[in-house]
Design a protein. Structure first.
Length: 78
């Protein structure tokens, strides 16, 4: 399983654990549901600002999410 899939699954899991819908999270983070869906379905990866928003929103360390993103970016450079 590649890291983008792991990152996407982490976002879905965090949202699911809280019983939230994509639209709930998107509204709270002031982004479109489509954008959130693209992150959760491994179609795109978030920038640093969005990553920080997710970490704060889900009350996890940004390093927890950031590590996955760095892994994704290193794979994309290869």
């Amino acid at each position: 399983m590649d890291t983008l899939v792991i990152f996407s699954n982490t976002l879905k899991r965090l949202r699911g654990e809280r019983g939230l819908y994509q639209q709930d999270v998107a509204d709270d983070l002031v982004m479109t549901r489509e954008r959130l869906s693209s992150y959760e379905n491994n179609h795109s990866s978030p920038n640093q600002h969005a990553l920080a928003q997710f970490a704060k929103y889900y009350e996890v360390f940004s390093d927890y999410l950031h590590r996955s993103l760095l892994d994704i970016l290193s794979i994309m450079k290869c």
